[in-house]
Every structure is written in structure tokens, then in C-alpha cells.
Design a protein around this ligand. Structure first.
Ligand code: C2E
Ligand code: CA
Ligand code: CA
Length: 574
């Protein structure tokens, strides 16, 4: 009896353990995100498990033949491969494939696993369905991001290069031309900094939409980054060419653009154009050439277009070469200073000197500051170069002052890039106090470019410097935006009349009248006048006769090194 009790207790215990296992198993299955079909191949029985109902609500699969009911859940074109997959009988292997379901939006990953016994008989098969819609969408997005720019919807740089490469191949076969137009918005950084990046993005988008209209089988339109776009036009000799696109686009943005925040803004752009096969033979070179000439277009001003040609490439290569050498020269401070005397017109007495930088490269070749200063302004090297100029010329000047005890002014050329830097005023004052020079002996020569941008900022800086006694002169008057009306109220002491004006004295009656007026008005405004580039006695006499205060030029003295100046000072004092 006891034995029987014992047997019953044992059976109950085993039963409840089985039930617990079964419960645990069901629980685990029900929390799974998969739907599973289990086939016991020996018995031929089929079971659906796990999250079956949420995948296939109401679908009952009780036998192997029922499995075909699944076909209607798979998108039509893939049914055959789905069928092949679930009937696979590859030994002890798991095979997986992704299918779109017939609702057209859900993606399922179907995994089939087969199990064989040691005699080679198929014993079990498990078919697992997993919802991968989210991952699929992410992959789609990744694929999109690999080819498109999300802000404009235009193709990105990489995709453009690959498509351009195809266009070039086609052009090679068909003897056609491909034009690449590199486009850069003007002053975009100012818009972005002033109006914020949201507005900046909107402008990039709006302009991108304008370009998108040209997209076709023969026209590629791409957004490279920020405010840079690129187009390629196949067979530009046809109905559409870069020039037409350029002018149509310009026309489209003639009126201010209305932004979602209600503000309005004007935009413009510059473009550089290079053609296959004339300018380059590969996509990257072609884009490079177009970019190079785009910078040339920028040099001309806003809203300009420039076509690639051989002299431009030569210029560019020369500049790149100079730029490379310049980096080394800056590092080694391979510069020296020359000084050109300035004289009072009245009695030819010395007024002072203009400091002019000189650079001899490793081959002993002199490179003119008119060539390398603009390059240094573009790549930022002008900052260390400018600091060298201020320090070195003041250091030399202070020595002369001590040795010769003459009243004189040192004029130093300052680039716009320099006086736009935040610490410009402090650094000048710092050098002045280090060398214990009288600020009234120092004159900074600036050009008119500050009249277009940063006007207030530069005015403030100059006013501070003038409060310390530093003099300011406006260089190259007559070449830029020069107009007498704006001179009034400018924080300057001296006006330097450009050589171009001086040159026209002997040839052009009208220019003489203008020069007369300038000198008359400038004196009325209380500024001192210096005429530059005076080469002849005739020019000198004329300038003196109309009341020009000072004269600088080869007629009286050429720029020379420090030793030359010391000789001049010695001769004057003995
Ligand atoms: P700039 O400031 O107008 O300097 C006057 C230029 O005219 C100098 O050329 C000078 O040598 C030249 N010159 C003077 N008198 C005559 C003359 O009678 N006839 C002719 N044909 N030329 C004359 P340079 O030294 O080659 O400088 C060219 C330009 O480079 C300067 O024009 C200035 O814009 C820039 N530069 C020179 N040195 C510096 C510098 O230290 N810093 C900066 N930022 N720019 C400099
Ligand atoms: Ca100057
Ligand atoms: Ca000048």
C-alpha cells in the first residue's frame, strides 16, 4: 500500500514538474516577438508557437499541407522563393531570407532550420518569422543617405561623381561635351551667422529646389555641402548650357526670397564652369577645374560666372606653388622690410617712410607683395606676416629715431584681414608700448574694403587707435569705391592718392580736373594728402601746384632697405 502511495506521489510530483516546464515554455514563447512553426517530421505533426496570432491572426496550421495557406500572406512576386525557402531540406543548416508581406508594408525575416538524426533522416524543422519592418526602414534610410542630401533632396557629392563618370563615358562614345558648373552662394556665412542656421538651411533648400527643376536624364544636380552645389550638363551645345542656366537662376533670385519666419532676403551666387573633354578627362578633375574658376568668379564680385581656360589653370598652379613656399617662408620668417621715403611737396623735406615687405624665395627670386599678399590674405598667413611687418618696421624705426633724432612718420600697410581680427587693436598697442615708440609717429595704411563689410566694427577699432594717437591713412584712393561723400566723418588723418590718378596727369584733362577737386575737397575736410607713384618732375610740379601736401614715388626716392635709409638720414643730418 505504501509502495503504491509512494508511486502515486512520485507520478504527481513528475506531473507538476512537467506542467511547470510547459508553463515556463509557453510563457517564454508568448513573450517572443517571433511566430514559429514547429514540424515533427517523423510524426508529420505541425504546431504553431510563440507570437503566432499577432503575425497571422486566425490562421490555423495543423498539418504540413496547411503550410501552403501562408503563401497568400507574402507579396505576390516573392511567393515562389518563399515556397522554396520553407521547403528547404538543407542538412542542419539555417537559411534566412526577408520578404515583404502582402499588406505591402510589413517586412518579415523567415528563418528555416532543419535537424537531421545521425542516420541522415530529417527529424525536425522550425520556421521562424520575425518582423523586421523597422530595420528595413532604417536600411532604406541609410541607402538614401548614402546617395542623397537630406536637406535638399538632391544627390550628394559621391553619387554625383559616380553619375558624372557615366555621363563622361557616354560623352566619350558619342563625341559629346559635358559641362560641370560649380555653384557657391555669395556671403552665405554672413547669412548663416546673422540669421541663424535654420534660416541658412531654408535658403539652401530653396536654392536647391530652383536647381532641381533642371534635373533630367542629361542634367545632374547635386548639393555638395553647405552652400555649394554642382551641376553637370550633357551636350551643353543643345538647348541648355551653363550660361543659360546661370542667367535663368539669376533671374529667379532677382527678387528677395520670402522665408517661413516672414523675413525676406536677397541671395546671389557665383559659378565656375569646366567642360569635358576640353578642361579635364575625369569627373574629379573636372569638378576641381570648375571649383578653381568659381573662386576666380568670386574675385570679380557677387553673381559672377567664370569659364575654365588654360591661363587660369597656369595662374592657379603658380599660386599653389607660391602658397606652398609661403608657408615655409612664414615659418622661417624669410621676409625683410624695405622703406620708401615720403616728402613734403613744399620743400622736399622728409615726412617719413612707408614700410614695404620683401620676400626672396629659396631660389633667390623676389616675389612681389602684390602677388603674395592676396594669397596670404586668402589662407590666413597674412596674420603672422602682418605681425612681422608691424614689429620689424617699428623695431627698425625706433633705432633710426634714436640715432638720428628726426621727426618722421612710419606708415605700415595693414590688410583688411588683419584689422578684422578681434585682438587687432590690442596687438598694435602692445607692440607700440613694447618698443616705446610715440603712437603719433605710427600711421596705419588701410584700404577702402572695410566700407563694404564690418564698417562699424572697423570704425570703432580705428577710433580707439586714434584716441591713443595712432594715425590712420586711407590707401589707394581712387581705385575702389572712392567717393568724396563718404570721406566725411571717417576716422582718418591722411588720404593717399593712387598712382593711377597721378599717371593720368599728363594725358587726361578730365582726370586733372578730378584730381584738383579731390585735393581741394580733401584739404577742406582737414585731411593731409599724399600722392603715390610720382615718377616725373612734371607730375611733381603739378601736384605741388594744386596743393597736394606730400609726394611719394620713384621721382624722389625708391623703396630701399634699412641701410639705404640710414644713408639718407645721415646725408640729411650732416
Ligand atoms: P601700396 O601700398 O600701394 O604700395 C606702393 C607700391 O608702389 C609699392 O609696391 C612701391 O614700391 C610702389 N611704388 C612706389 N613708388 C612708385 C613709383 O614711382 N612707380 C611705381 N611704378 N611704383 C611705385 P610694392 O612694394 O611692390 O607693394 C605692392 C603692394 O603690396 C602695396 O601697394 C601693398 O598693397 C602691398 N604691400 C606691400 N608691403 C606690404 C605689407 O607690409 N603689408 C601689407 N598688408 N601689404 C603690403
Ligand atoms: Ca600703401
Ligand atoms: Ca597705395
Amino acid at each position: 500500500m505504501d509502495e503504491l502511495h509512494y508511486q502515486v506521489d512520485l507520478l504527481n510530483a513528475m506531473n507538476s514538474r512537467l506542467k511547470a516546464d510547459e508553463r515556463m515554455y509557453r510563457l517564454v514563447c508568448s513573450t517572443s516577438l517571433n511566430a514559429i512553426i514547429y514540424i515533427d517530421c517523423k510524426k508529420g505533426s505541425v504546431k504553431t508557437l510563440a507570437n503566432w496570432d499577432s503575425f497571422f491572426p486566425g490562421l490555423e496550421i495543423n498539418s504540413v499541407s496547411d503550410i501552403s495557406k501562408l503563401y497568400s500572406y507574402i507579396e505576390e512576386p516573392s511567393v515562389l522563393s518563399f515556397r522554396d525557402l520553407i521547403h528547404t531540406s538543407k542538412a542542419n543548416e539555417t537559411v534566412t531570407e526577408v520578404f515583404r508581406m502582402s499588406d505591402n508594408k510589413t517586412y518579415v525575416e523567415v528563418e528555416v532550420r532543419t535537424v537531421y538524426d545521425e542516420t541522415g533522416c530529417l527529424t525536425d524543422k522550425v520556421i521562424r518569422f520575425k518582423d523586421v519592418t523597422k530595420i528595413h526602414a532604417q536600411n532604406d534610410e541609410l541607402a538614401y543617405m548614402a546617395y542623397y542630401d537630406s536637406n535638399t533632396g538632391l544627390i550628394n557629392r559621391n553619387y554625383f561623381v559616380s553619375k558624372l563618370s557615366n555621363l563622361i563615358k557616354k560623352a566619350e562614345e558619342e563625341n559629346a561635351v559635358v559641362s560641370v558648373m560649380f555653384i557657391d552662394l555669395d556671403g552665405f556665412h554672413t547669412i548663416n551667422d546673422g540669421m541663424g542656421i535654420v534660416v541658412g538651411d531654408e535658403i539652401i533648400q530653396i536654392f536647391g529646389q530652383l536647381l532641381k527643376k533642371y534635373e533630367s536624364e542629361n542634367v545632374l544636380v547635386s548639393h555638395f555641402n553647405m552652400d555649394i552645389y554642382c551641376m553637370a550638363i550633357y551636350n551643353p551645345g543643345g538647348s541648355l548650357n551653363a550660361n543659360i542656366v546661370f542667367h535663368e537662376l539669376k533671374e529667379n533670385i532677382r527678387e528677395p526670397i520670402r522665408l517661413t519666419n516672414g523675413a525676406e532676403t536677397l541671395i546671389s551666387f557665383c559659378a565656375g564652369v569646366a567642360d569635358y573633354p576640353e578642361s579635364a578627362s575625369g569627373p574629379l578633375e573636372l569638378i576641381n577645374c570648375a571649383e578653381i574658376v568659381m573662386f576666380k568668379a568670386k574675385d570679380k564680385g557677387r553673381g559672377q560666372i567664370q569659364y575654365f581656360d588654360a591661363p587660369i589653370l597656369k595662374d592657379f598652379l603658380v599660386n599653389v606653388n607660391i602658397e606652398n613656399k609661403l608657408k615655409e617662408a612664414v615659418f622661417n620668417e624669410n621676409f625683410t622690410m624695405n622703406f620708401q621715403p615720403q616728402f613734403f611737396a613744399e620743400d622736399k623735406k622728409l615726412r617719413g617712410f612707408e614700410a614695404l615687405i620683401r620676400w626672396k624665395d629659396q631660389n633667390g627670386e623676389m616675389i612681389s607683395p602684390s602677388v603674395f599678399i592676396p594669397i596670404a590674405e586668402k589662407n590666413g598667413a597674412i596674420i603672422p606676416i602682418g605681425n612681422f611687418v608691424i614689429k620689424e618696421s617699428i623695431r627698425t624705426f625706433v633705432q633710426w629715431k634714436k640715432r638720428y633724432d628726426v621727426d618722421m612718420i612710419l606708415s605700415i600697410n595693414i590688410s583688411a584681414v588683419q584689422y578684422r581680427t578681434d585682438n587687432f587693436v590690442e596687438s598694435v598697442l602692445d607692440i607700440i608700448s613694447t618698443y616705446e615708440v610715440d603712437p603719433g609717429d605710427i600711421e596705419l595704411e588701410i584700404t577702402e574694403s572695410f566700407l563694404i563689410e564690418d564698417f562699424n566694427d572697423v570704425m570703432n577699432k580705428l577710433e580707439i587707435l586714434r584716441e591713443y594717437g595712432v594715425r590712420v591713412s586711407l590707401d589707394d584712393f581712387g581705385t575702389g569705391y572712392s567717393s568724396l561723400s563718404y570721406l566725411k566723418g571717417l576716422p582718418i588723418d591722411t588720404l593717399k592718392i593712387d598712382k593711377e590718378f597721378v599717371d593720368s596727369i599728363s594725358s587726361d584733362e578730365n582726370a586733372r580736373i578730378i584730381l584738383d577737386t579731390i585735393i581741394y575737397m580733401t584739404k577742406k575736410l582737414g585731411f593731409e594728402t599724399i600722392a603715390e607713384g610720382v615718377e616725373t618732375k612734371e607730375q611733381f610740379d603739378y601736384l605741388k601746384s594744386i596743393g597736394c601736401d606730400c609726394i611719394q614715388g620713384f621721382y624722389l626716392a625708391k623703396p630701399t632697405d634699412s641701410a639705404g635709409i640710414e644713408k639718407l638720414l645721415t646725408d640729411r643730418t650732416i
